[in-house]
Design a protein around this ligand. Structure first.
Ligand code: SAM
Length: 220
């Protein structure tokens, strides 16, 4: 698929979010659009809306990543949001946790081709890394419901570390269903952040994005 078709509307939003990394982001999106379906990374209907629905959607998290933070992205798949964030936030370090071999090969190839020195792939399920490392922030998109995602990710966070999960319109009911799990894992200050409002009102984004945001407080 030609790059022009992959990178369709709303280049303005991406430019605002990606700054001087926009060309690297475009290179990644073009390759994912061209090979993603064949590699089983994206569905057959996704290529034309890859840029807005997936790449820009992931980049919206960029302002919430701490300066110099160590971040684990769970279930990165074709690169969302972890690889996109590694592109636009070169100051932070990203561990891309993904169990599927083919997806890991794709991610490693992209890291090499795009020259990203701040991203590493760790093959495996999130729960296999409990006790292996602790990070400042965990991110995830389209992996599983909150009540399952919290037990998978909480043990990967340092005390005071933060969860940032891109979620859909069902986020409030997911929070309700996860209430016991949130308590058990000492998740505090849970809120839903609405991202991209300014860009949407400027006509640079079709819609806003919802993010579950909360911290782990083990002591105190
Ligand atoms: C629907 S895909 C979403 C991929 C990507 N996050 C996105 O938004 O396009 C879910 C991904 O989560 C991965 N996954 C499922 N369970 C996982 C677990 N326990 N730990 C880490 N990754 C997991 C799958 O292999 C798959 O790549």
């Amino acid at each position: 698929m030609p790059v022009e078709q992959v990178i369709e509307q709303e280049p303005g939003a991406a430019a605002v979010l990606a700054g001087d990394r926009i060309d690297v982001l475009r290179e990644f999106a073009a390759d994912l659009g061209a090979r993603g379906e064949e590699l089983g990374l994206i569905g057959p209907l996704e290529a034309p809306r890859l840029w807005t629905r997936h790449v820009v959607n992931s980049a919206l998290l960029a302002p919430l990543i701490g300066a110099g933070a160590r971040v684990a992205d769970i279930g990165t798949g074709g690169g969302m949001p972890g690889l996109v964030l590694a592109i636009v936030r070169p100051d932070a370090r990203f561990l891309l946790i993904e169990p599927m071999e083919r997806r890991c090969s794709w991610l490693s190839e992209q890291i090499e081709v795009l020259g990203l020195s701040n991203a590493e792939v760790r093959r495996g399920r999130a729960e296999e890394f409990h006790g292996a490392f602790e990070v400042d922030q965990v991110t995830a998109r389209a992996v599983t419901a909150l009540r399952k995602l919290v037990p998978l990710t909480a043990p990967l966070l340092r005390d005071g570390g933060e969860m940032l999960f891109l979620k859909g319109s069902s986020v409030e009911s997911e929070i309700e269903a996860a209430s016991k799990v949130l308590q058990k894992h000492r998740v505090r200050g849970a809120e839903v952040a609405e991202l991209g409002a300014e860009l949407a009102s400027d006509g640079l984004l079709a819609e806003t994005t919802r993010v579950f945001r909360a911290k782990i407080v083990r002591h105190g």
